[in-house]
Design a protein. Structure first.
Length: 272
């Protein structure tokens, strides 16, 4: 088992990956990754389900299971001065409690239920409907931790959700702008989408023939000439946006943060 860490000095973020190689066994097995953090003083643990933040073991229907739960985005551990936001990108299931045999207790709403240790429940072979019976092989499970000054649970979970948003996407002009029914001139295209300013990228750039502009606070780049017959960009200089032109859409803030992280990342490996 290997845990790989990546951190950026100027951003309060740590990416860590559990790389696991399992041998075949018919024993009852579970794999857990501890996520409990000491933020000093009192702490509260929040998950998000159905769009609402809640405290497992407290904000539940009385008499329901509180040993484990799933979360939409991850887990937020709130302290008196801030919070730790943990995204479990590949494992949405969390376990709460001791790592030893104990009587199963159902939710009674007591505050102490929210003070139990927190684990990411990576896999087990006892739930045939949720996991494979055979856990052998190699797996990789990604996590990200952010430090935040937020102490409001709803806002903390919203912040975690925002952090998980993708920086961008690639599509075609007619998909992004469904009112576009045919190839259009620059003037007609920008009139259709309500954009007044754009930049046409020339031969001195790596994106010659593309146009760049802001649309609903997102940076959009469109190839106005489409693909050439040999698969290369067919740059003609014609001021025409094709119906099926390639389009990239990017959130400038998220892309900037990702770029900073990629430029200054530091790695440390701990093997066990």
């Amino acid at each position: 088992m290997t845990i790989r860490f990546a951190r950026e000095e100027d951003i309060p973020r740590i990416d860590f990956t559990l790389q696991l190689g399992k041998t075949l066994s018919d024993d009852i097995e579970s794999v857990f990754l501890p996520l409990t953090l000491d933020l000093g003083g009192e702490r509260m643990v929040y998950l998000k389900k159905g769009g609402e933040a809640y405290r497992p073991g407290v904000d539940q229907i009385p008499g329901t299971c509180m040993e484990y739960a799933m979360s939409d985005d991850g887990v937020a551990i709130l302290g008196e001065a801030g919070s730790a936001l943990i995204a479990s990108r590949d494992v949405p299931l969390y376990y709460f409690g001791e790592m030893r045999h104990h009587p199963i207790r159902l939710c009674d709403g007591k505050a102490e239920n929210n003070r139990r240790p927190v684990y990411s429940w990576v896999m087990n072979n006892t739930w045939e409907t949720n996991f494979k019976m055979d856990l052998s092989g190699f797996g990789e499970y990604r996590y990200t931790l952010w430090l935040s000054g937020e102490t409001d649970p709803e806002k903390a979970m919203d912040e975690l959700g925002d952090q998980l948003k993708c920086a961008g996407a690639i599509t075609t002009a007619n998909v992004l702008f469904p009112d576009m029914e045919e190839d259009m001139s620059f003037a007609d295209f920008f009139s259709l989408i309500g954009v007044e300013e754009y930049e046409y990228l020339g031969a001195d750039t790596v994106a010659e023939g593309w146009i760049r502009f802001l649309y609903q606070d997102m940076e959009v780049m469109v190839s106005p000439t489409g693909d050439g017959p040999d698969g290369d960009w067919d740059v003609t200089g014609e001021e025409l946006v094709k119906y099926n032109a390639a389009v990239s859409v990017m959130d400038p803030e998220i892309e900037s943060a990702n770029s900073d992280l990629a430029d200054a990342v530091m790695f440390d490996e701990t093997a066990a």
